[in-house]
Design a binder for this molecule. Structure first.
Ligand SMILES: [Cu+2]
Length: 329
């Protein structure tokens, strides 16, 4: 009976293992995490099949005949069985904890040589992500990584608790106001992915996403060069509306051709901004609930841009919108 239960568990676990349930593995950490996941999942499948198999078998085998009105016979424990069902789960639970701890430690280990990895600061805010690349002196609304290069992410949040997660990388970490948390990712597959916020953080939570691009060495160098050029054009320390738009995460909700964003959570700025007064645009940004665009909900667009952005940044942002979307001055 136990043998049948075990066999059933091993078959279910084995079949489950070969069905591609999980997202692509796009980091070395994904391999570690999936190792733990399958180890735990298969133990669970085997234990479940065993317990369910024994229960069903016992229910059938020891069922009362129709005319049997007796109480069951009194049974007083079984020391041998009790030792087994204490010892086996203890060993399994200890094995799962040890494997998890080792996998997590390995996943979060960085090379000793600081030249072999980069650090990126991740800031979460209702409802956008921004990424600062200290070595490149650049901040962007998109996470750009070089394939096979480990990166240490230092996370924080401006307002409430958010959580950083890219399913294909597996590593998940909270972004908490006032403290810094960290995680490590070594991307192994070029491609585009999404950062997803996995901590309910307000009405814009489901749209709190940011793009991730994992680039080959050559494409990464090109991206770095493009950024240096952009920084040159901006002039000394002046706020540049285009980068404010990217950093504030406007593109995660609005379409704006010049910024290359195609999101549809809020109105398409290319079609609504033309014809508006500067003052009206500024009000829409700092006090989004003052007037709700037809067909949209209040409280979706964050209401704290006035605190988050400096006056110069707000002016630059409005000027940028006027320029690229063609509003009236
Ligand atoms: Cu969030």
């Amino acid at each position: 009976m136990i043998v049948i239960g075990l066999l059933a568990g091993i078959v279910t676990g084995g079949v489950a293992y070969f069905i591609p349930w999980l997202p692509d593995q796009a980091s070395t950490q994904a391999e570690e995490i999936d190792g733990v996941y399958w180890f735990v999942a298969i133990i669970c499948a085997v234990v479940f099949s065993l317990v369910a198999g024994v229960s069903i078998y016992a229910g059938w085998k020891f069922r009362a005949p129709a005319d049997d009105m007796d109480d069951g016979s009194p049974i007083h424990g079984h020391t041998g069985l009790e030792i087994w069902w204490t010892a086996v789960p203890t060993v399994l639970v200890v094995a799962m904890s040890v494997w998890s701890a080792v996998a997590l430690a390995r996943a979060e280990t960085l090379p000793d040589d600081p030249d072999e990895y980069t650090t990126i600061e991740v800031t979460a805010a209702q409802f956008a992500w921004s990424f600062t690349y200290p070595e490149l002196e650049r901040t962007d609304g998109e996470l750009v990584l070089r394939v096979n290069e480990p990166v240490e992410l230092i996370l924080t949040a401006n307002d409430v608790i958010h959580a950083f997660w890219v399913p294909e990388f597996r590593m998940k970490q909270d972004a908490v106001p006032g403290i810094e948390t960290r995680t490590v990712i070594t991307p192994t597959k070029e491609g585009s992915y999404d950062v997803i916020c996995t901590e309910l953080c307000g009405p814009g939570h489901p749209v709190m996403r940011a793009g991730v691009r994992v680039l080959s060495d050559a494409d990464y160098e090109a991206w770095v060069a493009e950024g240096e050029q952009g920084a040159g054009e901006g002039g000394e320390g002046e706020a540049d509306g285009e980068s404010v738009f990217a950093e504030a995460g406007c593109g995660s909700c609005h379409t704006l051709a010049d910024a290359g964003s195609e999101a549809e959570i809020g109105p398409d700025l290319d079609s609504v901004v033309p014809g508006q007064e500067e003052q009206q645009i500024l009000t829409s940004i700092v006090d989004p609930n003052a007037e709700i665009s037809e067909g949209y909900q209040p409280n979706v667009m964050p209401g704290d841009y006035e605190d988050r952005l400096s006056e110069a940044e707000l002016d630059a942002l409005v000027a940028y919108l006027v320029e690229v979307a063609g509003a009236r001055r």
